[in-house]
Design a binder for this molecule. Structure first.
Ligand SMILES: NC(=O)c1ccc[n+]([C@@H]2O[C@H](COP(=O)([O-])OP(=O)(O)OC[C@H]3O[C@@H](n4cnc5c(N)ncnc54)[C@H](OP(=O)(O)O)[C@@H]3O)[C@@H](O)[C@H]2O)c1
Length: 246
């Protein structure tokens, strides 16, 4: 039985991915801060499942928590990092910028690095991070969130290159969702706009697409795929025009 750990699985995309992997026959380990949600999720899954409370801001505790889940599962073939903090009200204080750095960059990096090193010690494995289309360009409402997601693009790409260069069978997948209907309320206005509702995916549908892509070992995945068509034109919009549009 293949073994996966999903960080940030107490709600939203992470929870849906854990459920989908479990349905596909994977043993899963799930982690986040909210203990009750994790306990309920594990109780609801029919296959092998374990949970671990962790706050990824505390990088020592988070890495020890990941080790504990690997121990409980008897190994790890796939690590999915979905945990993140957004800033939906566009607050401008250093405190909220720092909080996002602590979770989305420091916490993410600690776990991605630890997971990659675990896979390197075994010579194989699969690391996946849930970034976002938001990382493609700057965002005036939430500059830090977009910057954190852009950081993920590059860090994951670097780890993928390192694995290739070292002849390690480690796959690295960068998952870039568009708008997914979760509790992360930065997309509330989009989800409520009638015209745009068609591009908002429920988390279970997103999870199916994510798990399909993971099982194919894809490098970069847009969820839904339609966002792939936006990638290049969006990045090519000249600055003067982007500044007017955004
Ligand atoms: N929803 C969208 O439209 C959308 C679009 C693009 C990308 N994304 C990305 O998708 C991922 C999942 O977001 P979501 O939409 O599913 O939102 P969500 O339901 O709010 O899920 C966020 C998850 O991260 C966990 N988390 C947050 N801070 C944490 C911390 N310090 N330590 C450990 N776990 C922490 C939360 O659990 P606890 O609160 O229990 O700790 C929760 O399980 C994020 O990386 C997000 O940036 C979402």
């Amino acid at each position: 039985m293949k073994k996966a750990v999903v960080i940030g699985a107490s709600s939203g995309i992470g929870e849906a991915v854990a459920r989908e992997l479990s349905q596909r026959g994977w043993a899963v380990g799930v982690a986040a801060r909210r203990e009750q949600q994790l306990e309920d999720l594990v109780a609801d899954l029919s296959g092998t499942a374990h949970w671990q409370v962790m706050d990824i801001k505390d990088t020592d505790n988070a890495r020890a928590g990941l080790d504990a889940l690997i121990g409980a599962l008897g190994g790890m073939d796939l690590l999915v990092i979905s945990a993140a903090l957004a800033n939906p009200r566009g607050e401008r204080s250093w405190e909220i910028e720092k909080a996002q750095i602590d979770v989305n960059i420091t916490g993410f990096t600690a776990l991605a690095c630890h997971g990659w090193n675990y896979f390197a010690s075994r010579g194989r494995g699969h690391l996946a991070g849930i970034s976002s289309v938001a990382g493609l360009r700057g965002n005036r409402m939430n500059p830090m969130y977009a910057a954190c997601k852009a950081y993920m693009f590059r860090y994951l790409e670097g780890l993928r290159l390192r694995a290739l260069h070292e002849n390690l069978d480690i796959k690295v997948t960068d998952i870039r969702p568009g708008f997914i209907d979760t509790a992360m309320d930065g997309t509330k206005h989009i989800k409520e706009a009638k015209l745009l509702r068609a591009i908002v995916l429920p988390p279970d549908k997103a999870a199916k697409q994510i798990c399909d892509a993971l099982e194919k070992g894809r490098r970069t995945v847009y969820v839904p795929e339609v966002w792939k068509t936006v990638e290049l034109p969006y990045q090519l919009i000249p600055d003067f025009l982007y500044e007017k549009l955004m």
